[in-house]
Design a protein around this ligand. Structure first.
Ligand code: PMP
Length: 452
């Protein structure tokens, strides 16, 4: 028997303040949807309606909701240990997970520092880089370089090193000053220019910034290959190669925020692999626990670790902590997720799914309001514009994406465009038929949103 959604919506709206939401929208044109359960790529509400989770519930879910193997890992861990302080104590799941992560990460990232969400991992990396330079006697190195249109989270440090105006502008007075360099975003490439040529050309800005500022810069922070919250803009791996080389030459850390792109989203386990580079810090969260539980880690090198390793009295330790750092349930889930990657040969299997998703999405390239269909592995984005010839965007006030979102909900597909960009980032258990449904519904939504 279903109770319907209404009672839950009423109770929710009385007390719950939702993230990233103008709550007034829920009283007008945005239905709040209470979810009763999830199964695979499907979410089901209290009226029995189902929604295909095309965005992996904010890019976290990898192997479907209520995955039997991951559920079993949670249950097993639950019976032995749910949580323990990670200072002074340790546990098998965190040890196992650290070993497994070191084994698959770019070579040389041998130390894992845990936190419990993506923004916290960025805070850790930023603080650790700053603190490293202080510990080695280079106090002047305290600034950060970021790319335009980048996103690294919502806490004040993470917000400061990000660059999406919508989230950042209002809080600017509270934020540390960073140096922003134009993104190598290939949407902006010239006609006839390849992705690699464009990203290489854009690197000149980074070089020109590092040269005069390196003495005062601790680190450059980037989202490797895809600026996800920045409307899924993408760039070529050559940029990361050039950046790694420059960071070496200028003695500046490279922080790779793989929170959204890690764990196979771009086609390789980590996006950095496509450039053959090893960052000094790699931030992981979201897919780390296959979308089950909050957990994040910052992986770093022996060199960084050694700069904090000292006599207690020197006060060089990294005194950062969160109550739920390295939670055993979350670590057990992460370990189970990595086993699925290995046992089911996920990266290999995803290639066929990605190819199908790309082929179907590219059918929209000829649409009069589609400026670009772009793809990197399991991420596909469709950029809508008002004028295809000039690429003039739709004014944000028109909220075209909301039309697509609402159509998706009506047709049973959870699409959540960022601005005027519709994208697919589904769980890896999606089938070709479900991909067809997802793309068909997106196409209908695009027609509706652009028909005037
Ligand atoms: N970095 C990137 C690249 C992200 O996409 C996000 C989340 N969308 C974050 C950091 C922040 O993670 P969290 O939402 O867990 O704080």
């Amino acid at each position: 028997m279903t109770t319907g959604n209404a009672p839950y919506v009423a109770r929710d709206l009385a007390h719950v303040w939702h993230p990233c939401t103008q709550m007034k929208d829920h009283e007008q044109h945005l239905p709040l949807i209470p979810i009763r359960r999830g199964q695979g790529v499907w979410l089901e509400d209290y009226s029995g309606r189902r929604y295909l989770d095309a965005i992996s519930s904010w890019w976290v879910n990898l192997f479907g909701h209520a995955n039997p193997r991951i559920n079993a890992a949670v249950r097993e861990q639950l019976d032995s240990l749910e949580q323990v302080i990670l200072a002074g104590f340790t546990h098998e799941p965190v040890i196992d997970l650290s070993e497994a992560l070191v084994a698959i990460a770019p070579e040389g990232l041998t130390r894992c520092f845990y936190a419990d969400n993506g923004s916290a991992a960025v805070e850790v990396a930023v603080k650790m880089s700053f603190h490293y330079w202080r510990n080695v006697g280079r106090q002047a190195k305290r600034r950060f370089i970021t790319l335009s249109n980048s996103y690294h989270g919502e806490t004040l440090g993470a917000l400061a090193v990000g660059n999406v105006e919508l989230y950042k502008e209002i809080y600017q007075p509270l934020l540390m000053d960073v140096i922003t360099v134009p993104s190598p975003d290939c949407y902006e490439r010239e006609a006839g220019e390849s992705w690699a040529e464009h990203s290489r050309r854009k690197f000149a800005h980074m070089e020109a910034t590092l040269a005069p500022h390196a003495h005062e810069v601790a680190a450059v922070i980037v989202e490797p290959l895809v600026q996800c919250a920045g409307t899924m803009r993408m760039y070529d791996p050559v940029y990361l190669e050039l950046l790694r080389d420059a960071c070496n030459r200028y003695e500046v850390h490279l922080i790779a925020d793989e929170i959204a792109v890690g764990f196979g989203r771009t086609g390789t386990m980590f996006a950095c692999e496509q450039a053959g580079i090893r960052p000094d810090f790699m931030c992981l969260s979201k897919g780390l626990t296959a979308g089950y539980l909050p957990l994040s880690t910052v992986m770093t090198t022996e060199r960084v670790y050694a700069a904090f390793y000292d006599e207690y009295e020197k006060l060089n330790a990294f005194l950062h902590s969160h109550s739920f750092t390295g939670n055993p349930l979350a670590c057990a889930v992460a370990r189970a997720s990595l086993r699925i990657f290995r046992d089911d040969n996920i990266l290999e299997r995803n290639r066929a799914l990605a190819a199908h998703m790309g082929t179907r999405a590219r059918e929209l390239e000829d649409h009069p309001h589609v400026a670009e269909v772009r793809q990197r592995g399991m991420i596909v984005a469709i950029e809508l514009v008002k004028d295809k010839a000039t690429r003039a965007p739709y004014p944000w006030q028109e909220r075209r994406g909301l039309v697509i979102y609402r159509h998706g909900i009506e047709r049973g597909v959870l699409l959540r465009p960022v601005g005027n960009v519709v994208y697919f980032m589904p769980p890896y258990v999606i089938t070709p038929d479900e991909i067809d449904l997802m793309v068909d519904v997106a196409r209908e939504g695009i027609e509706l949103a652009t028909c005037d």
